[in-house]
Write a protein that binds this ligand. Structure first.
Ligand code: ZN
Length: 389
């Protein structure tokens, strides 16, 4: 490891306690998407204390932020992305408290260099679990002048190259006609029956679509009383596929199912997207290889082969506008299952403290390579241009 990287590694060790305190506090005060007031303040204050200028409340989202630190001469711009939202009931069952802290920590480590070219950004991205704050940030052009974007996600193994599934969140509302369920049943149109038809239809459809296409639904409204024929019933679905183009086709198939389900009982159906759509994650391989090399320098050489996460991440939308990586690093036990109470517990453990240190050091070293190695950045950009066609 060269002298400057050894310096960054030491800076990480100095910051360890302070950054862990940020991760721990956010972990102990879980907040849902767009309500992460404590977390966004906590991260902003940490960054301000270390000389970053911070705009809290950007792109129309109160809990999104943009923190900047300019080097002493011109150069590329890199962005570390900070997530910090939690899940209902189980708190930080996806470990986003660690993501925010590690990204902010990496940025501060790099800012300690006396010879920094370019600019370091930390972008605070709310609501990853629900309506993807990154989607809005992409649409509002926040990534316009960014040369590379990166973050890490805690998990059960080390993986540098991932893809994820594109996702559409579709809500169907069935409109029928209410009537007494017994005395005037022939007058009613049962909207709940239409929803049930839809689930039956979708169960049949699932047998015909590719195995990596996923359809998961719940009924969110199904009537008000057993003796009233439901005039309105609502169901919500997440539809996923490996590629946006495949997902567009799947969505059309599901909509046809809903129309059929409605017409079987003479009901009407309307639909809308109830959350933002996520695109599939496209990992920039040149940047991911750089991250892997730095992991090796940190003594981690057990890296799993490229993986398709069976979930969806809003980093997918970022990866279409800027070269990006979304690696996973293990929390240590190898059995962590995301979105569980157990995962939330591990995200506050000594393993998590060690992981935040490793993640922020490795992200900082990778950031340094992008800022200082012109050839690497050219290669990253060439690959990105080819991907964008
Ligand atoms: Zn997550």
């Amino acid at each position: 490891m060269d002298a400057i990287k050894a310096f960054f590694r030491d800076q990480g060790r100095h910051l360890r306690k302070e950054v862990w305190e940020v991760a721990r506090q956010i972990g102990e005060r879980p907040e849902l998407g767009y309500k992460e007031y404590f977390a966004s303040n906590c991260l902003s204050n940490f960054l301000k204390k270390h000389g970053f200028s911070v705009d809290l409340g950007i792109a129309g989202m109160k809990t999104a932020f943009l923190a900047r630190f300019k080097g002493n001469h011109p150069g590329p711009t890199i962005a570390f992305l900070a997530e910090y939202d939690a899940l209902p009931v189980m708190g930080h069952g996806c470990g986003h408290n660690l993501i925010g802290a590690a990204s902010a920590g990496a940025a501060v480590i790099l800012s300690k260099s006396l010879n920094l070219a370019g600019e370091i950004l930390v972008i605070g991205t709310p609501a990853e679990e629900t309506s993807g704050g990154k989607v809005t940030l992409v649409e509002k052009g926040i990534f316009k002048n960014v040369d590379a974007a990166m973050m890490f996600h805690p998990g059960s193994q080390n993986v540098s190259v991932i893809s994820s599934l594109a996702l559409d969140a579709i809500e169907f509302t069935f409109h029928g006609r209410s009537a007494h369920a017994v005395a005037a049943s022939n007058f009613g149109i049962n909207a709940l029956d239409a929803v049930i038809n839809l689930f039956v239809g979708i169960n049949a459809l699932k047998k015909q679509v590719n195995r990596d296409m996923k359809i998961n639904g719940i009924i969110t409204e199904g009537g008000t009383a057993p003796n009233v024929i439901p005039e309105r019933a609502v169901a919500r679905f997440y539809l996923r596929a490996r590629k946006r183009s495949d997902l567009d086709e799947l969505r059309e198939q599901v909509i046809r199912c809903a129309e059929g389900a409605a017409s079987m009982v003479s009901a009407k159906v309307t639909w809308r997207k109830f959350e933002f759509s996520y695109d599939e994650m496209h990992t920039n391989l040149s940047l991911a290889e750089c991250f892997t090399r730095n992991l090796a320098e940190m003594g981690i050489d057990q890296i799993a082969p490229p993986q398709t996460a069976m979930g969806s991440v809003d980093m997918g939308n970022v990866s279409r506008v800027v070269p990006a990586i979304h690696p996973y690093l293990t929390l240590g036990t190898g059995t962590e299952i995301p979105h569980t109470r157990e995962f939330a517990q591990v995200s506050l453990s000594a393993n998590a403290e060690n992981l935040v240190l490793l993640a922020m050091q490795t992200l900082a070293l990778t950031g340094w390579d992008v800022l200082s190695d012109k050839r690497l950045l050219q290669q990253i950009k060439r690959e990105f241009r080819q991907f964008r066609g």
